[in-house]
Design a protein around this ligand. Structure first.
Ligand code: ADP
Length: 540
């Protein structure tokens, strides 16, 4: 067989050659922008050529600080195809962490959205490796800024070559991009993606047994392009020539629903809190969402009740998937096997609420106290994964030692596996509640609470306890109409019907909102802090 390097270049060329008329729709601050893959290809090449003229060399990092839109999508291919490295920065990180990662990655050029410029203006003195800022704005003239030196994206690419040719001698193992993932303590950790890894991950995303993304789809990644490459969908969507809908700055549930309706989105991907918000908006107002063939949900456990409501109340099929920044990210997808499709509705839902089956191309094991756990859905262990799109280290980071062992990524997730091979996550190691030497799954309690008709969101954390080590405490946001009508006892009684006594939270606190991480997951650290304050004020 030919030993052809698996690089991004051929993925872009396929879209340009075979799908020149297919559309990319992008919501920008000035409205909806629409163009074709033919035009996308020309602008992408112009961008590469412009970056080359700014002095960007092979292997050098070019950062993006941006929402999901067409210019960001141009950067997704322009930077790797020329041999440079696409470093997508999470726009919601603290200034200290942004400074850390830009310096750690030694970014050379930074592409930044106009509305995010103020964040960088304040810290540019501490970003000495950046030789040029490129502002992504719809305005014809560059808006005033203290960033220096700074260029207008549109003016810059105007001078670029629309027929810029990409090198054919790139090594498939060369870095394509990088993304920093949050750490429990300390600075974010850098994950480097190779061309080969993204090529194979994109192929896996197209398998009918996983996401089945194809040219027929209109895909809307709600998950940010700075979070694990929007789960890799932009790469695969360009390759397959799928229509893309990029929801732009600060997308609200209403905006997302309008886009789904207008553009006839077939696949939309996001974390559970996004889908909880969208659900609320659908309950308030009617939208035509018939085009959706699947809502893809990952990043945190999808509550069983959420899956059920989407499907039975709104007729929207729901697909639960699992991954990490380190796994490119798609690693498990919860799709029923053929012979499971004749089970009862409840049984099928139980399976589909699990994190799912391993994606072809990867290998996994779950390591418990005595080696690999039994496939009994009971014995817990740490999920470990290896494969061609799994990171093998953290970029220039001592913490590589703790997270990788004998060629396996130790995910830090505690899981069980059933007789069919479906993995169910019990918790993140750090979020498991350790009570009297036994483990309580915060995820199971959260799922149960969110199935109560009065509950909008719920999160459970372990709080230090003098006798039991830790005890669970629940935080609940009630639906508007239930506020003042449901009390703590009712919800705890609801749990009593479903769990053994010692699993029942010691306390339940009502909140207006659950604090979220930069990518919309429940921020448990903040809840633990908040509970200390709550107790202190209760004692006063
Ligand atoms: P961060 O640590 O910033 O959240 P990632 O987005 O890489 O970074 O998060 C990966 C983690 O998210 C996994 O290790 C797992 O704990 C959690 N996760 C991802 N998908 C799911 C899922 N479907 N169900 C439960 N947890 C999930």
């Amino acid at each position: 067989m030919m030993n052809v390097p698996l690089t991004l270049r051929s993925m872009l060329e396929r879209a340009e050659k075979f799908f020149p008329r297919k559309e990319i729709v992008s919501r920008t601050s000035s409205g909806i922008f629409r163009y074709t893959y033919a035009e996308y290809g020309r602008r992408t090449r112009r961008l590469s050529s412009a970056l080359a003229s700014l002095g960007v060399k092979r292997g050098e990092r070019v950062a993006t600080f941006a929402w999901n839109h067409h210019r960001h999508l141009e950067a997704y291919f322009a930077i790797p195809c020329m041999g440079a490295v696409l470093h997508t920065i999470n726009i919601r990180l603290s200034p200290e962490h942004i400074i850390y990662i830009v310096n750690h990655a030694e970014d050379r050029v930074m592409l930044v959205d106009e509305d995010l410029v103020p964040i960088l203006e304040k810290i540019q003195d501490q970003l000495p490796t950046i030789k040029a800022y490129v502002m992504m704005t719809d305005k014809p003239e560059l808006p005033p800024t203290t960033l220096h030196p700074v260029y207008s994206y549109e003016q810059l690419i105007e001078q670029g070559d629309p027929a810029y040719t990409y090198p054919e001698d790139l090594d498939e193992n060369a870095p394509l991009g990088m993304c920093y993932t949050s750490a429990t303590t300390g600075n974010p950790k850098g994950v480097v993606y190779s061309h080969r890894g993204i090529f194979l991950h994109s192929m896996a995303v197209g398998l009918a047994d996983t996401i089945g993304l194809s040219e027929n789809d209109t895909i809307m990644p709600v998950v940010p392009m700075f979070h694990a490459n929007a789960w890799g969908f932009p790469f695969a969507a360009v390759w397959f020539g799928a229509k893309q809908v990029l929801p732009g700055p600060g997308p609200t549930p209403k905006l997302l629903l309008q886009l789904i309706q207008q553009e006839k989105v077939t696949l939309a991907a996001g974390v559970p809190t996004v889908w909880l918000g969208v659900l609320k908006a659908m309950e308030e107002e009617q939208y035509d969402v018939k085009s959706l063939r699947s809502v893809i949900c990952g990043g945190s456990a999808a509550p069983r009740s959420l899956i059920q409501t989407y499907e039975t109340k709104f007729g929207i099929p729901f697909l639960h998937a699992y991954g990490m920044t380190e796994t490119s990210p798609v690693a498990l997808v919860s799709r029923l096997k053929s012979y499971q499709q004749s089970l009862s509705e409840e049984e099928m839902l139980d399976i589909r609420a699990k994190q799912g089956l391993l994606v072809p191309g990867l290998e996994m094991r779950i390591i418990g106290k005595n080696g690999e756990v039994a496939w009994d859905g009971q014995e817990m262990g740490e999920l470990q994964i290896r494969g061609p799109w799994i990171a093998s280290e953290y970029y220039k980071d001592e913490r590589t030692k703790e997270a990788f062992e004998d060629g396996w990524l130790k995910t830090g997730d505690v899981a069980v596996i059933d007789g069919e091979g479906f993995v169910k996550l019990v918790d993140r190691t750090k979020d498991l509640v350790k009570s009297g030497g036994e483990w309580i799954s915060s995820v199971d309690l959260e799922n149960a609470l969110m199935a109560h008709p009065a509950v909008f969101e719920a999160s459970v954390v372990g709080i230090p306890h003098p006798k039991w080590d830790e005890r669970p405490v629940a935080f609940v946001v009630l639906k508007e109409e239930a506020k003042g009508k449901v009390d703590k006892q009712e919800l705890l009684d609801f749990l009593r019907g479903q769990f053994v006594k010692w699993w029942i939270p010691d306390d339940l606190v009502f909140l207006e909102e659950i604090p979220k991480t930069s990518v919309g997951k429940f921020l448990k650290r903040a809840l633990r802090e908040q509970y200390k304050d709550h107790l202190a004020s209760a004692q006063r």
